[in-house]
Structure formats: C-alpha cells, structure tokens
Design a protein. Structure first.
Lengths: 178, 160
C-alpha cells in the first residue's frame, strides 16, 4: 500500500531550516558582508551571532516535535470523526436523529483526551508499545510548550524518532481502514 | 541495591564513559584533545543527576564540538548524547538489538493474529551507540572511528 505521509513535509522543512542555519554559520565564519547585508547580524559580534544560531537550531528541533504532534493529532481526530459518519448510514433510526447525533459526536471528539482516543486502538489492533511511544511524544510536546525550566524533562524524542513513531502509527491506522 | 531508575541511570553513565573512551582514542589520531566534565541532567523519573560531557578541542584549545548528555529516558532508545558543533548538531542514541520493536496484532473472528512485526530502526545488531540516518526509514549505524570523524566534520568546521 502506498503511504502518503502527512508528516514528511514537516521533517523536510526542518531539514531545510537546519541547512540554512548551517550556511549562515559558514557565512558568518568567513565574514562575507555582501551575504550578510540587510540582516540583523550586521553590528553584532561573530560570537553572539554564532550562539544565537546554535540556540535557533535547538528551538527549531523542539518546534518540529510540536508541529509533528499537531498534524498527528488532527489526523487522529479526523479519523475518529470519519468513522463516526457510519452513524449516518443507520437506517433503523430517523435520519434527523442520526444527523444530530453525528454532529454532537463530531464536535465532542475535538474535546476528547488524545490519550483516551489512542487507547481505543489498543484492543488487539496496534501494538500498545507504539501507542505508549506516541503518548510519550505528547508528554514531551507538552513539556516543550509549557517550558518551565524548573520542571524536569519528560522522556525526550529527536525529530527523526518522533516522525518515525507517529508516521508508523498513521500508516498502521490507515492500513487497518483499507 | 538501587531502584530500577538508579540502575538505568548508572548504566547510562557507564555507556557515556565507554563512548568517551572510544572517542578519545579516535580523535588522538587527528591530534585533537578531549576534556571531560560533569553536567547536570534533570529528568522526570530519576530527578537531577550528574553525567559526563566531553569537549573536543584542537591543539590551540578551541572547542570543535561537545558531546552533551541528554538523558537516559529517551523515546525509542536507552539513552542519548548530542554531538554539538558550531555548524550543526547530531544525536547519538544507545540502542539494544533488535531495536525498539513494533509488532502489529490484528483481531479477526478466530482471535488475534500477528500481522506484521517491524522495528523502529534497521541495522541494530549489537548494543551500542548509534547514529540514525536523517531520512525517512533511517537506518541506524553503530558508531565507529571513521563515522565519528565524518560526523564531527559535519557538525563543525573541523577538517573543512
């Protein structure tokens, strides 16, 4: 089955960002003023700029995990909403009730806890370990977003690992539906 | 006897030290030097603890890159250390064969059947520090001297 990975564009954008930062570091190192013209780097020390770029790289890494999670979460919610549409096909109840029921369900799913939704896939369909990894990525995403320096880090994930886990989960769920 | 968290933490620190010993040997050939120091890590499960980091420097004492420990509680791995240079940073993860596994089990009318068994990263045959290729379905490569020096020049301007 061909897999159209919705998370791949995020990872590709992250790679481009990383490469751009790398090129900029090299530009700073060789002090090419032409390339640095019209940037905020002019008038700043080489060391300062270099440190800011290193910080930006780390921020980009965190941001990509947040973005990967956001797209993954939307996929899961949309999947459950789509499955809920089966209610509309129920001929045993009045269609007006089915429509109202589906509308209520569709809106309610938006507020459901993602951990609970993921648990629905556990019952003999998808490896609980994979679900567990995904839940840990959610925890790490929350830790990044709330960014309390005093709070200990939850288990971390690299952008590559987060992508690998979440895209595998999407692939498995899509395979179940096909 | 320590708790499970203590044991995991101690294993992680021992793996870091093993990696540092190897790195010191590899960089010696390139006339580079290494300096070790402890840094604080703060993870949810074990709390705050000290773990060794390694600074790689040229003959003049200028830092080329740092091996900075990230933690022992890593999603999909047993531990992580980042190699941070001026140009880039890469992640090394400690993996144990066959790597973090994923098996897919599907229920049919007759009960559960295993449909597929996949692993997160290909190429994990021995326990050790691995670099994961930065591409979809990235392969894990056990770190060795040659690979480490390649990665070092990728993250820093050393050897350019």
């Amino acid at each position: 089955m061909e897999f159209d990975d919705p998370l791949l564009p995020i990872l590709e954008t992250y790679r481009v960002t990383k490469d751009c930062l790398k090129v900029t570091q090299k530009t700073i190192a060789i002090e090419n003023e032409y390339l640095l013209m019209d940037t905020h780097f002019i008038g700043t020390s080489k060391e300062d700029v270099s440190n800011k770029i290193i910080k930006s790289r780390s921020e980009a890494e965190d941001s990509v995990v947040v973005l990967l999670w956001a797209v993954f979460e939307r996929f899961i919610i949309s999947y459950v909403q789509e499955k809920g549409m089966l209610i509309l096909q129920n001929k045993k109840q009045p269609s007006s009730f089915s429509k109202k029921f589906y509308g209520t369900l569709r809106d309610a799913v938006e507020r459901w806890k993602i951990d609970g939704i993921l648990d629905m896939f556990k019952n003999g369909w998808i490896d609980p370990q994979l679900i567990g990894h995904a839940k840990n990525i959610k925890k790490y995403r929350d830790w990044i977003v709330h960014r309390n320096p005093a709070k200990a880090s939850t288990p971390k994930a690299t952008p590559e690992t987060a992508h690998e886990i979440l895209s595998k989960l999407i692939w498995e769920i899509q395979t179940l539906s096909s | 006897m320590g708790t499970k968290a203590d044991i995991r933490k101690q294993k992680y620190i021992a793996w870091l030290k093993e990696l540092h010993d190897e790195v010191k040997k590899w960089i010696k050939k390139e006339k580079l030097v290494a300096q070790e120091k402890d840094v604080e890590i703060n993870e949810e499960i074990p709390g705050r603890y000290q773990a060794p980091s390694l600074s790689i420097q040229d003959k003049s004492g200028k830092e080329i890159a740092e091996l900075r420990p990230v933690g022992a509680w890593i999603i999909g791995a047993e531990g992580r250390v980042d190699v941070i240079g001026r140009l880039d940073q890469i992640h090394l993860v400690y993996l144990e064969p066959p790597g973090p596994g994923i098996s897919v089990v599907v229920s049919d009318d007759g009960g559960k059947i295993e449909r597929n068994s996949r692993i997160l990263f290909q190429g994990v045959e021995n326990p050790g520090w691995y670099w994961i290729e930065d591409k979809p379905r990235g392969k894990a490569h056990l770190i060795n001297g040659e690979l480490f020096m390649d990665l070092l020049s990728e993250v820093s301007d050393y050897g350019i």
